[in-house]
Design a protein. Structure first.
Length: 309
C-alpha cells in the first residue's frame, strides 16, 4: 500500500481492511513498493508486522520486521493508488509470480493491468453515456459539436485530477485539448456531460461481483463539476435503485471472472462512468452511515478463497 503514515483513517478503505483482518486475528505484514524485489523467479519483500488502532492520534505500530518470500503469505492485497504507470505495472509482474505459486492476490494483478479504470467501461456499451477515446483534436471538437456539453479527462489519473467540462462554445476548448492530449501525443476520454451530476456521482462497491446495497453519492460543491471527495464533494448515503442494480448485474459477473474481488464503480444518473479496480474507497463513509462492515464482508470472501470448504 501507500505509506500508512500519510493516510486519513476517517476515509481510508485500506485502513478499514486492516482493522477487519486484525479483528480476525490474522497476521498483518505491511509492504510498500520499495520493499519488493525479485530474486530469480521468486518474489521477496521486506515485511513489517503491523498492528492498527482506530485512533486518530495513533493508528498504527510496527511490531517486527522480516525479509522473506511473498509466497509464504496466504493472501496479498494490492492497494497502491494510481497512477498506473510503468512502476505500477512492474509491481503487478512481480505479483504474477505469487499467483503462480498458488497464492491469492487481491485484486488479480493481470486484471489490474487489463482493466484501465477509464477504458474498462467501454466493455459495457449498454451502460455508458456517449463516449470517445482519441488523441486527435479535430475528432474531439466534432464530438463537442455533436453533444455541445462534454467532459474530457486523461486515462491515467484519479480523484478528479485534470477533469475538464467544456463544449463547442467554450473559447478555451482548443487549449484544453492541447493540454490533455499533450498536443496530440496522449489519448483522452470524452463523455457527454450528464446533468444529474448535481445529485451526485454514486460510488457503488462490489465484493466478488456483488454490490453493497447502498452507495455514496458524492455531490459537487456549488460551481464545481467534479463530485470527488478529494475535490470538496459532499458524501450522502443512498440506496441502490433499479438502474444501479441493473448496471451491477451487467458488470459483476465479468469482475468475478477476472478475479477483481473489490471494485468501486461510478454511476452518474443512469450511466456507468468509471470502474475503479486499483484502490477504491468509500468503505469508511458507508460503514459510518449504515452500520455496515464492508471490509469484513471482503475478508469473509477472501477467507473462503484461501480455505475453501
Amino acid at each position: 500500500m501507500d505509506p500508512i503514515t500519510g493516510i486519513n483513517i476517517r476515509k481510508d478503505s485500506s485502513f478499514a481492511m486492516l482493522l477487519a483482518a486484525q479483528a480476525r486475528h490474522w497476521e498483518i505484514h505491511y509492504m510498500e513498493v520499495n520493499d519488493l524485489f525479485l530474486a530469480g523467479n521468486e518474489p521477496h519483500a521486506r515485511m513489517q508486522q503491523l498492528a492498527v488502532m482506530d485512533d486518530y492520534q495513533h493508528w498504527f505500530e510496527f511490531t517486527g520486521e522480516t525479509t522473506g518470500l511473498l509466497a509464504d503469505l496466504d493472501v496479498i492485497l494490492m492497494r497502491k493508488d494510481p497512477p498506473v504507470d510503468l512502476e505500477y505495472i512492474y509491481v503487478t509482474y512481480l505479483l504474477d509470480h505469487v499467483q503462480q505459486c498458488g497464492r491469492l492476490v487481491v485484486n488479480n494483478p493481470e486484471s489490474l493491468r487489463n482493466a484501465n479504470e477509464k477504458l474498462f467501461i467501454t466493455h459495457f456499451p449498454q451502460c455508458i453515456p456517449p463516449t470517445l477515446v482519441t488523441r486527435e483534436a479535430g475528432t474531439i471538437r466534432s464530438f463537442a459539436d455533436e453533444h455541445e456539453d462534454i467532459i474530457l479527462k486523461p486515462l491515467d489519473s484519479m480523484g478528479g485530477t485534470s477533469v475538464f467540462r467544456t463544449g463547442n462554445n467554450d473559447p478555451n476548448i482548443n487549449v484544453i485539448i492541447e493540454t490533455l492530449t499533450s498536443n496530440g501525443q496522449c489519448f483522452v476520454m470524452g463523455q457527454k456531460y450528464i446533468p444529474e451530476i448535481t445529485r451526485g456521482d454514486k460510488r457503488i462497491l462490489l465484493i466478488d461481483g456483488r454490490p453493497v446495497p447502498y452507495a455514496l453519492a458524492r455531490i459537487p460543491q456549488q460551481g464545481e463539476t467534479r463530485g470527488n471527495l478529494a475535490r470538496g464533494g459532499t458524501g450522502k448515503g443512498i440506496e441502490l435503485d433499479a438502474r444501479d442494480q441493473w448496471i451491477c448485474d451487467q458488470v459483476g459477473p465479468v469482475l468475478r471472472r477476472m478475479g477483481l474481488l473489490f471494485v468501486g464503480i461510478d454511476v452518474i444518473g443512469s450511466y456507468l462512468t468509471e470502474i475503479n479496480v486499483t484502490s477504491p474507497t468509500c468503505i469508511r463513509e458507508l460503514d459510518a452511515i449504515y452500520g455496515l462492515d464492508i471490509a469484513g464482508e471482503l475478508m469473509d470472501v477472501i477467507e473462503k478463497r484461501v480455505n475453501p470448504v
